[in-house]
Design a protein around this ligand. Structure first.
Ligand SMILES: Nc1nc2c(c(=O)[nH]1)N[C@H]1C(S)=C(S)[C@@H](COP(=O)(O)O)O[C@H]1N2
Ligand SMILES: [Mo]
Length: 387
């Protein structure tokens, strides 16, 4: 056989597996996972933005945990689906380009451009999302704003794609999997397996991907999820996201001279840990639901933020800003919209699962509020300011 150094042509792809019948079926579930990712991503973005016109709700306490878990699981499921989808349509990349027909050339160009945007943005979202769960940021841009912006591009390109392909999608989904009506002319040979076999393997791959990772957020799957990035464990029964060492906070920072400054109308009152411990201590079961794709429940004990605000006569309905001792990285401050500040379950925690809070979990004191992204559950507090 002569070795021809030329790009492939449609004649090189003869397998019947690569068909609209397969692409439409895998594409349907890929579309569903992207839809879930998009909606849950919007919720996460809304929850993290400051000063929302309609406040993000504080109930149910597990709400954000569920939407964030769904976001990560549907993103993981989308990875094998996207790979099979791209494989099934790959030969189309080498279709002849109608250079002689100006109108056809423009249409082909537009179609290819829209597919290029779709494929690029889909791969970008899944890749950056996956890197985010490993907490590896090998790029300069801000993850959140970029992942959010590209999400709109991806979902827009996806809608265009579905609208353009709707007739074929309808036909393909309405007919038997082995129907060949819309096959490419050169797809004439049986593949290495049946189309049904390929689909079954695809669903299995997606299911395994979900099971192997979902334990990071679904307690029942903790032992099954061999590739989970976080188990439910860690010091005091809860994983640590950023350690005190990484944030450059030491035990000395929270030593005897540590005070929590409570600032209201320009007046600062300072509270030692002992003084805070004399206020009524409340216990709440609340999750940490990390935007980086893990979550876990814990039992927190400490001072109700509202009780402390009452001590300085701060009225209800005010936003509150909390600041951390930490020297490096963002997340050192977070804003509680008034409904979070006034919620009875919002605590300044001194204890975790019955033990004195460890340094990595935010000693001397940390914020914990219901239905709140983990990234806003600020550790190592130094001040609480009524705005
Ligand atoms: N000051 C400060 N607080 C912080 C962080 C941080 O980097 N600095 N990380 C946040 C993130 S991303 C999460 S998920 C939770 C995790 O809390 P844990 O480490 O106690 O589990 O803390 C939050 N509080
Ligand atoms: Mo987080």
């Amino acid at each position: 056989m002569a070795l021809a150094l030329r790009p492939p042509t449609p004649e090189d792809f003869t397998s019947r597996l690569r068909s609209p019948a397969v692409a439409a079926r895998v594409g349907l579930w890929l579309g569903v996972s992207f839809g879930i990712c998009f909606l849950t991503g919007l919720i996460s973005h809304y929850a993290q933005n400051r000063g929302q016109p309609v406040a993000f709700p504080t109930s149910p306490v597990w709400g954000y945990r569920v939407t964030q878990g769904l976001h990560v699981i549907s993103g993981i499921v989308a990875i094998p689906l996207l790979l099979v989808k791209l494989w099934s349509v790959f030969p189309r990349l080498f279709d002849a380009i109608p250079f002689r027909d100006a109108r056809a050339l423009i249409l082909t160009g537009l179609e290819r451009a829209s597919i290029a945007v779709l494929v690029a943005s889909a791969i970008f979202q899944l890749a950056t999302g996956l890197l985010n769960t490993t907490q590896w940021y090998p790029y300069e841009f801000s993850f959140r704003s970029t992942h959010y912006a590209v999400a709109w591009i991806a979902i827009g390109a996806l809608i265009v794609h579905i609208v353009v392909k709707l007739p074929i999608i309808r036909d393909a989904l309405g007919a038997d999997v082995d129907d060949t009506t819309h096959d490419r002319d050169t797809a004439t040979q049986p593949g290495v397996m049946s189309r049904r076999g390929l689909l079954r393997s695809t669903w299995a791959a997606a299911g395994i991907a979900a099971l192997a990772t979902a334990g990071s957020t679904v307690p029942l799957l903790r032992n099954v999820s061999i590739f989970g990035w976080r188990t439910g464990d860690g010091p005091q029964g809860l994983p640590v996201n950023r350690t005190a060492a990484a944030a450059q906070v030491t035990m000395a920072d929270g030593g005897p001279s540590w005070r929590l400054d409570v600032i209201h109308e320009g007046v600062t009152t300072s509270w030692s840990r002992e003084e805070l411990a004399t206020l009524p201590q409340r216990t709440e079961e609340l999750p940490i639901a990390c935007v980086e794709g893990w979550s876990a429940n814990a039992e927190w004990t400490g001072v109700r933020l509202r009780d402390l605000l009452d001590q300085v006569d701060a009225p209800r309905g005010k936003d509150v800003l909390v600041r951390s001792l930490q020297r490096r990285f963002a997340f050192g401050v977070s804003l509680l919209q008034d409904n979070f500040a006034d919620d009875d379950r919002t605590l300044l925690a001194l204890k975790l699962n019955g033990e004195e809070l460890s340094l990595d979990h935010g000693y001397p004191i940390r914020l914990i509020a219901p239905n709140r992204p983990g990234v806003l559950q600020t550790k190592w507090l130094t001040s609480v300011e009524v705005l």
